[in-house]
Design a protein around this ligand. Sequence first.
Ligand SMILES: NC(=O)c1ccc[n+]([C@@H]2O[C@H](COP(=O)([O-])OP(=O)(O)OC[C@H]3O[C@@H](n4cnc5c(N)ncnc54)[C@H](O)[C@@H]3O)[C@@H](O)[C@H]2O)c1
Length: 337
Amino acid sequence: VSVEADMTVRIGVIGAGIMGADHVNTLDRYVSGATVSMIADVDTGRAQEAAAGVRDVRVTEDAFALIDDPSVDAVVIASHDTTHADLTIAAIRAGKPVMCEKPLALTVDECLRVVHAEAAAGAPLVSVGFMRRFDPAYAELKSALKAGACGVPLLLHCVSRGVHAGPGASSESSVIGSSIHEFDVVPWLLDAPITEVSWHAPRSAPEVTGLQDPQLILLRTADGVLTTVEVFLNARYGYDIRCEIVGDRGTVALTNPTRVASATDLRRSTGYPADWRPRFADAYRLELQAWIDAILAGEGSPLPTAQDGLTAVAVAEAVISSMNHAGAVTPVHRPTT
Ligand SMILES: NC(=O)c1ccc[n+]([C@@H]2O[C@H](COP(=O)([O-])OP(=O)(O)OC[C@H]3O[C@@H](n4cnc5c(N)ncnc54)[C@H](O)[C@@H]3O)[C@@H](O)[C@H]2O)c1
Protein backbone atom coordinates (compact mmCIF):
# COMPACT_ATOMS: atom_id res chain seq x y z
CA VAL A 1 0.00 0.00 0.00
CA SER A 2 1.41 3.38 -0.91
CA VAL A 3 0.60 6.14 1.51
CA GLU A 4 1.53 9.81 1.31
CA ALA A 5 4.98 10.81 2.48
CA ASP A 6 3.48 12.52 5.55
CA MET A 7 2.15 9.14 6.69
CA THR A 8 -1.50 9.81 6.17
CA VAL A 9 -3.81 7.17 4.81
CA ARG A 10 -6.25 8.74 2.34
CA ILE A 11 -9.62 7.04 2.72
CA GLY A 12 -12.46 6.74 0.24
CA VAL A 13 -15.82 6.16 1.92
CA ILE A 14 -18.57 4.45 -0.10
CA GLY A 15 -22.14 5.08 1.07
CA ALA A 16 -22.95 8.31 2.88
CA GLY A 17 -26.05 7.21 4.76
CA ILE A 18 -26.29 6.96 8.55
CA MET A 19 -23.22 4.75 9.00
CA GLY A 20 -21.08 6.15 6.16
CA ALA A 21 -21.58 9.76 7.31
CA ASP A 22 -20.68 8.66 10.84
CA HIS A 23 -17.47 6.97 9.61
CA VAL A 24 -16.55 10.12 7.61
CA ASN A 25 -16.98 12.24 10.73
CA THR A 26 -15.02 9.81 12.92
CA LEU A 27 -12.15 9.47 10.42
CA ASP A 28 -11.99 13.21 9.84
CA ARG A 29 -12.17 14.33 13.46
CA TYR A 30 -11.13 11.51 15.79
CA VAL A 31 -8.72 9.18 13.99
CA SER A 32 -5.05 10.10 13.62
CA GLY A 33 -3.11 9.27 10.48
CA ALA A 34 -6.20 9.35 8.23
CA THR A 35 -7.91 11.82 5.94
CA VAL A 36 -11.09 11.36 3.94
CA SER A 37 -10.17 12.11 0.32
CA MET A 38 -13.31 10.94 -1.48
CA ILE A 39 -16.95 10.05 -0.73
CA ALA A 40 -19.20 8.09 -3.09
CA ASP A 41 -22.96 7.76 -2.93
CA VAL A 42 -25.48 7.12 -5.71
CA ASP A 43 -27.37 9.95 -4.00
CA THR A 44 -24.83 12.75 -4.52
CA GLY A 45 -26.78 15.06 -2.18
CA ARG A 46 -25.98 12.68 0.67
CA ALA A 47 -22.32 12.51 -0.35
CA GLN A 48 -22.16 16.31 -0.38
CA GLU A 49 -23.83 16.53 3.02
CA ALA A 50 -21.32 14.09 4.50
CA ALA A 51 -18.47 16.04 2.86
CA ALA A 52 -19.50 19.37 4.40
CA GLY A 53 -16.72 20.58 6.67
CA VAL A 54 -14.19 17.98 5.49
CA ARG A 55 -11.12 19.56 3.86
CA ASP A 56 -9.97 18.60 0.36
CA VAL A 57 -12.58 15.92 -0.20
CA ARG A 58 -14.20 15.11 -3.54
CA VAL A 59 -17.55 13.43 -4.10
CA THR A 60 -18.72 11.04 -6.80
CA GLU A 61 -21.73 8.87 -7.51
CA ASP A 62 -19.53 6.07 -8.86
CA ALA A 63 -18.16 3.76 -6.14
CA PHE A 64 -15.94 1.87 -8.61
CA ALA A 65 -14.33 5.15 -9.77
CA LEU A 66 -13.59 5.93 -6.10
CA ILE A 67 -11.92 2.54 -5.61
CA ASP A 68 -9.63 3.10 -8.61
CA ASP A 69 -8.92 6.76 -7.87
CA PRO A 70 -5.21 7.49 -7.21
CA SER A 71 -6.16 9.79 -4.32
CA VAL A 72 -7.63 6.80 -2.41
CA ASP A 73 -5.22 4.54 -0.47
CA ALA A 74 -7.86 2.50 1.38
CA VAL A 75 -11.62 2.02 1.19
CA VAL A 76 -14.49 1.99 3.71
CA ILE A 77 -17.70 0.39 2.44
CA ALA A 78 -20.88 1.57 4.17
CA SER A 79 -23.38 1.25 1.31
CA HIS A 80 -26.31 -1.18 1.20
CA ASP A 81 -25.62 -4.77 2.16
CA THR A 82 -26.37 -5.92 -1.42
CA THR A 83 -23.37 -3.95 -2.73
CA HIS A 84 -20.74 -5.22 -0.26
CA ALA A 85 -19.35 -8.26 -2.07
CA ASP A 86 -18.80 -6.65 -5.48
CA LEU A 87 -17.28 -3.48 -3.99
CA THR A 88 -15.00 -5.44 -1.66
CA ILE A 89 -13.78 -7.55 -4.58
CA ALA A 90 -13.12 -4.39 -6.63
CA ALA A 91 -11.01 -2.99 -3.75
CA ILE A 92 -9.08 -6.28 -3.53
CA ARG A 93 -8.39 -6.15 -7.28
CA ALA A 94 -7.16 -2.57 -6.89
CA GLY A 95 -4.78 -3.84 -4.17
CA LYS A 96 -6.26 -1.53 -1.52
CA PRO A 97 -7.09 -2.34 2.13
CA VAL A 98 -10.87 -2.33 2.57
CA MET A 99 -13.00 -2.12 5.71
CA CYS A 100 -16.43 -3.44 4.76
CA GLU A 101 -19.37 -2.89 7.08
CA LYS A 102 -21.18 -6.00 8.26
CA PRO A 103 -22.46 -8.21 6.77
CA LEU A 104 -19.61 -9.02 4.37
CA ALA A 105 -22.32 -10.25 1.97
CA LEU A 106 -25.86 -11.56 2.13
CA THR A 107 -25.05 -15.23 1.43
CA VAL A 108 -22.27 -17.70 2.13
CA ASP A 109 -21.69 -18.08 -1.64
CA GLU A 110 -21.12 -14.34 -2.02
CA CYS A 111 -18.76 -14.33 0.99
CA LEU A 112 -16.83 -17.17 -0.62
CA ARG A 113 -16.35 -15.05 -3.75
CA VAL A 114 -14.71 -12.40 -1.56
CA VAL A 115 -12.56 -14.92 0.33
CA HIS A 116 -11.39 -16.47 -2.95
CA ALA A 117 -10.63 -13.06 -4.51
CA GLU A 118 -8.55 -12.15 -1.46
CA ALA A 119 -6.68 -15.47 -1.62
CA ALA A 120 -5.98 -14.89 -5.32
CA ALA A 121 -4.58 -11.44 -4.50
CA GLY A 122 -2.23 -13.08 -2.00
CA ALA A 123 -2.67 -10.31 0.60
CA PRO A 124 -5.03 -10.03 3.59
CA LEU A 125 -6.71 -6.82 2.44
CA VAL A 126 -10.22 -7.30 3.87
CA SER A 127 -11.50 -6.22 7.30
CA VAL A 128 -15.12 -6.49 8.43
CA GLY A 129 -16.85 -3.90 10.63
CA PHE A 130 -17.84 -6.06 13.59
CA MET A 131 -16.99 -3.15 15.88
CA ARG A 132 -18.22 -4.73 19.12
CA ARG A 133 -14.80 -6.40 19.45
CA PHE A 134 -13.41 -2.85 19.91
CA ASP A 135 -16.08 -1.66 22.34
CA PRO A 136 -14.33 -1.03 25.69
CA ALA A 137 -17.17 -2.70 27.61
CA TYR A 138 -17.14 -5.88 25.51
CA ALA A 139 -13.32 -5.97 25.67
CA GLU A 140 -13.48 -5.74 29.48
CA LEU A 141 -16.15 -8.44 29.57
CA LYS A 142 -13.86 -10.75 27.59
CA SER A 143 -10.88 -9.99 29.84
CA ALA A 144 -12.98 -10.64 32.96
CA LEU A 145 -14.15 -13.95 31.55
CA LYS A 146 -10.58 -14.96 30.68
CA ALA A 147 -9.41 -13.98 34.16
CA GLY A 148 -11.97 -16.39 35.62
CA ALA A 149 -14.32 -13.74 37.03
CA CYS A 150 -17.37 -16.03 36.78
CA GLY A 151 -15.62 -19.39 36.66
CA VAL A 152 -16.46 -21.74 33.82
CA PRO A 153 -19.01 -20.14 31.44
CA LEU A 154 -22.25 -22.08 31.10
CA LEU A 155 -24.80 -19.67 29.65
CA LEU A 156 -24.76 -16.33 27.81
CA HIS A 157 -27.75 -14.00 27.58
CA CYS A 158 -27.57 -11.41 24.82
CA VAL A 159 -30.18 -8.72 24.23
CA SER A 160 -30.21 -6.27 21.33
CA ARG A 161 -33.09 -3.80 21.24
CA GLY A 162 -33.72 -0.77 19.07
CA VAL A 163 -36.35 1.95 18.90
CA HIS A 164 -37.78 1.24 15.42
CA ALA A 165 -36.84 -1.14 12.61
CA GLY A 166 -35.42 0.57 9.52
CA PRO A 167 -37.50 0.83 6.36
CA GLY A 168 -38.05 -2.47 4.54
CA ALA A 169 -37.02 -4.63 7.52
CA SER A 170 -37.95 -8.31 7.26
CA SER A 171 -37.58 -11.33 9.54
CA GLU A 172 -34.53 -12.35 7.49
CA SER A 173 -32.93 -8.89 7.49
CA SER A 174 -33.26 -8.81 11.28
CA VAL A 175 -31.04 -11.90 11.35
CA ILE A 176 -28.51 -10.99 8.64
CA GLY A 177 -28.41 -7.28 9.62
CA SER A 178 -28.77 -7.19 13.41
CA SER A 179 -28.39 -10.62 15.06
CA ILE A 180 -25.23 -11.05 13.00
CA HIS A 181 -23.36 -8.89 15.53
CA GLU A 182 -24.05 -11.59 18.14
CA PHE A 183 -22.92 -14.32 15.70
CA ASP A 184 -19.52 -12.63 15.66
CA VAL A 185 -19.19 -11.44 19.25
CA VAL A 186 -20.34 -14.64 21.01
CA PRO A 187 -17.67 -16.95 19.49
CA TRP A 188 -15.12 -14.13 19.98
CA LEU A 189 -16.01 -13.87 23.70
CA LEU A 190 -15.95 -17.62 24.23
CA ASP A 191 -13.13 -18.53 21.83
CA ALA A 192 -15.41 -21.26 20.48
CA PRO A 193 -17.28 -21.50 17.18
CA ILE A 194 -21.09 -21.72 16.94
CA THR A 195 -22.02 -25.25 15.92
CA GLU A 196 -25.82 -25.42 16.19
CA VAL A 197 -28.69 -22.90 16.23
CA SER A 198 -32.45 -22.69 16.57
CA TRP A 199 -34.88 -19.82 15.96
CA HIS A 200 -37.97 -19.02 18.01
CA ALA A 201 -40.48 -16.20 18.27
CA PRO A 202 -43.36 -15.04 20.42
CA ARG A 203 -46.28 -13.14 18.87
CA SER A 204 -45.18 -9.87 17.34
CA ALA A 205 -45.88 -6.49 18.88
CA PRO A 206 -49.32 -5.26 17.69
CA GLU A 207 -47.98 -2.35 15.57
CA VAL A 208 -45.36 -4.50 13.85
CA THR A 209 -46.28 -5.75 10.39
CA GLY A 210 -44.30 -7.56 7.72
CA LEU A 211 -41.76 -9.17 10.02
CA GLN A 212 -41.39 -11.27 13.13
CA ASP A 213 -40.17 -8.99 15.90
CA PRO A 214 -38.93 -9.79 18.54
CA GLN A 215 -37.01 -12.97 17.77
CA LEU A 216 -35.23 -15.38 20.12
CA ILE A 217 -32.27 -17.37 18.83
CA LEU A 218 -30.41 -20.13 20.66
CA LEU A 219 -26.75 -20.71 19.83
CA ARG A 220 -24.65 -23.68 20.89
CA THR A 221 -20.90 -23.26 20.79
CA ALA A 222 -18.32 -26.04 20.52
CA ASP A 223 -17.44 -25.57 24.23
CA GLY A 224 -20.97 -26.66 25.27
CA VAL A 225 -22.12 -23.15 26.28
CA LEU A 226 -25.72 -22.22 25.39
CA THR A 227 -26.45 -18.62 24.35
CA THR A 228 -29.84 -16.90 24.19
CA VAL A 229 -30.11 -13.97 21.79
CA GLU A 230 -33.12 -11.67 21.90
CA VAL A 231 -33.31 -9.21 19.03
CA PHE A 232 -36.17 -6.70 19.22
CA LEU A 233 -35.92 -3.99 16.56
CA ASN A 234 -39.12 -2.17 17.56
CA ALA A 235 -38.63 -2.10 21.33
CA ARG A 236 -39.48 1.63 21.26
CA TYR A 237 -38.05 2.66 24.64
CA GLY A 238 -34.43 3.02 23.49
CA TYR A 239 -31.31 1.40 22.04
CA ASP A 240 -30.27 -1.19 24.60
CA ILE A 241 -27.47 -3.77 24.32
CA ARG A 242 -26.98 -6.33 27.06
CA CYS A 243 -24.75 -9.32 27.56
CA GLU A 244 -24.49 -11.47 30.68
CA ILE A 245 -22.23 -14.49 31.07
CA VAL A 246 -23.37 -17.02 33.67
CA GLY A 247 -20.59 -19.21 35.03
CA ASP A 248 -20.25 -21.85 37.72
CA ARG A 249 -18.97 -19.26 40.23
CA GLY A 250 -20.95 -16.13 39.34
CA THR A 251 -21.81 -13.83 36.47
CA VAL A 252 -20.21 -11.01 34.52
CA ALA A 253 -22.29 -8.60 32.48
CA LEU A 254 -22.14 -5.33 30.55
CA THR A 255 -23.56 -2.40 32.50
CA ASN A 256 -25.72 0.27 30.93
CA PRO A 257 -23.10 2.87 29.96
CA THR A 258 -24.83 6.04 31.08
CA ARG A 259 -22.94 9.04 32.43
CA VAL A 260 -25.78 11.20 33.73
CA ALA A 261 -28.73 10.54 36.01
CA SER A 262 -31.53 12.97 36.69
CA ALA A 263 -33.83 13.21 39.69
CA THR A 264 -37.27 14.75 39.26
CA ASP A 265 -40.79 14.14 40.55
CA LEU A 266 -39.68 11.56 43.14
CA ARG A 267 -37.86 9.54 40.40
CA ARG A 268 -34.25 8.88 39.54
CA SER A 269 -33.70 8.20 35.85
CA THR A 270 -31.00 7.60 33.27
CA GLY A 271 -31.37 7.72 29.50
CA TYR A 272 -31.00 5.38 26.55
CA PRO A 273 -29.51 6.40 23.20
CA ALA A 274 -31.90 6.58 20.22
CA ASP A 275 -29.67 4.37 18.09
CA TRP A 276 -26.29 2.61 17.95
CA ARG A 277 -24.13 5.61 17.17
CA PRO A 278 -23.72 7.01 20.71
CA ARG A 279 -23.56 3.53 22.28
CA PHE A 280 -20.78 2.36 19.99
CA ALA A 281 -19.02 5.69 19.21
CA ASP A 282 -15.85 4.55 21.02
CA ALA A 283 -15.99 1.17 19.27
CA TYR A 284 -16.19 2.75 15.78
CA ARG A 285 -13.33 5.14 16.61
CA LEU A 286 -11.08 2.45 18.10
CA GLU A 287 -11.89 0.06 15.23
CA LEU A 288 -10.99 2.65 12.57
CA GLN A 289 -7.86 3.77 14.49
CA ALA A 290 -6.64 0.17 14.79
CA TRP A 291 -7.24 -0.33 11.07
CA ILE A 292 -5.33 2.87 10.12
CA ASP A 293 -2.47 2.10 12.55
CA ALA A 294 -2.00 -1.34 10.98
CA ILE A 295 -1.99 0.11 7.44
CA LEU A 296 0.63 2.70 8.42
CA ALA A 297 2.76 0.07 10.16
CA GLY A 298 2.49 -2.27 7.16
CA GLU A 299 1.04 -4.91 9.47
CA GLY A 300 -1.98 -7.19 9.15
CA SER A 301 -5.30 -5.69 10.20
CA PRO A 302 -6.41 -6.56 13.77
CA LEU A 303 -10.06 -6.26 12.69
CA PRO A 304 -12.24 -9.30 11.93
CA THR A 305 -11.22 -10.94 8.64
CA ALA A 306 -13.10 -11.99 5.50
CA GLN A 307 -13.14 -15.49 7.01
CA ASP A 308 -14.82 -14.08 10.15
CA GLY A 309 -17.34 -12.31 7.90
CA LEU A 310 -18.04 -15.61 6.13
CA THR A 311 -18.38 -17.54 9.40
CA ALA A 312 -20.99 -15.08 10.75
CA VAL A 313 -23.01 -15.31 7.51
CA ALA A 314 -22.87 -19.13 7.71
CA VAL A 315 -24.47 -18.87 11.18
CA ALA A 316 -27.09 -16.43 9.82
CA GLU A 317 -27.97 -18.87 7.01
CA ALA A 318 -28.45 -21.67 9.57
CA VAL A 319 -30.68 -19.40 11.70
CA ILE A 320 -32.81 -18.43 8.67
CA SER A 321 -33.09 -22.12 7.75
CA SER A 322 -34.31 -22.85 11.30
CA MET A 323 -36.80 -19.96 10.94
CA ASN A 324 -38.13 -21.59 7.77
CA HIS A 325 -38.36 -25.02 9.44
CA ALA A 326 -40.45 -24.26 12.54
CA GLY A 327 -37.44 -23.59 14.77
CA ALA A 328 -35.68 -26.89 14.04
CA VAL A 329 -32.26 -27.34 15.63
CA THR A 330 -29.93 -26.69 12.69
CA PRO A 331 -26.19 -27.39 12.41
CA VAL A 332 -23.92 -24.62 11.15
CA HIS A 333 -22.03 -25.64 8.01
CA ARG A 334 -18.69 -23.89 7.99
CA PRO A 335 -17.70 -23.99 4.33
CA THR A 336 -14.19 -25.07 3.53
CA THR A 337 -12.35 -22.35 1.68
N1 LIG B 1 -21.50 -1.80 12.38
C1 LIG B 1 -22.66 -1.28 12.72
O1 LIG B 1 -22.97 -1.15 13.89
C2 LIG B 1 -23.63 -0.84 11.66
C3 LIG B 1 -24.72 -0.03 12.02
C4 LIG B 1 -25.59 0.38 11.02
C5 LIG B 1 -25.38 0.00 9.72
N2 LIG B 1 -24.33 -0.80 9.40
C6 LIG B 1 -24.10 -1.22 8.00
O2 LIG B 1 -23.68 -0.07 7.26
C7 LIG B 1 -24.24 -0.10 5.95
C8 LIG B 1 -25.03 1.17 5.70
O3 LIG B 1 -26.09 1.23 6.62
P1 LIG B 1 -26.88 2.60 6.86
O4 LIG B 1 -27.74 2.39 8.03
O5 LIG B 1 -25.94 3.75 6.83
O6 LIG B 1 -27.81 2.65 5.54
P2 LIG B 1 -28.35 3.92 4.75
O7 LIG B 1 -29.46 3.43 3.91
O8 LIG B 1 -28.57 5.06 5.70
O9 LIG B 1 -27.12 4.33 3.82
C9 LIG B 1 -26.69 3.57 2.74
C10 LIG B 1 -26.19 4.54 1.67
O10 LIG B 1 -25.57 3.79 0.62
C11 LIG B 1 -25.88 4.43 -0.60
N3 LIG B 1 -25.66 3.47 -1.69
C12 LIG B 1 -26.40 2.38 -2.01
N4 LIG B 1 -25.86 1.74 -3.05
C13 LIG B 1 -24.72 2.39 -3.37
C14 LIG B 1 -23.73 2.19 -4.35
N5 LIG B 1 -23.76 1.17 -5.21
N6 LIG B 1 -22.70 3.08 -4.41
C15 LIG B 1 -22.65 4.12 -3.54
N7 LIG B 1 -23.58 4.36 -2.59
C16 LIG B 1 -24.60 3.49 -2.51
C17 LIG B 1 -27.32 4.89 -0.43
O11 LIG B 1 -27.68 5.89 -1.35
C18 LIG B 1 -27.31 5.36 1.03
O12 LIG B 1 -26.99 6.74 1.13
C19 LIG B 1 -25.08 -1.38 5.88
O13 LIG B 1 -24.33 -2.39 5.27
C20 LIG B 1 -25.36 -1.72 7.33
O14 LIG B 1 -25.54 -3.09 7.54
C21 LIG B 1 -23.44 -1.20 10.35
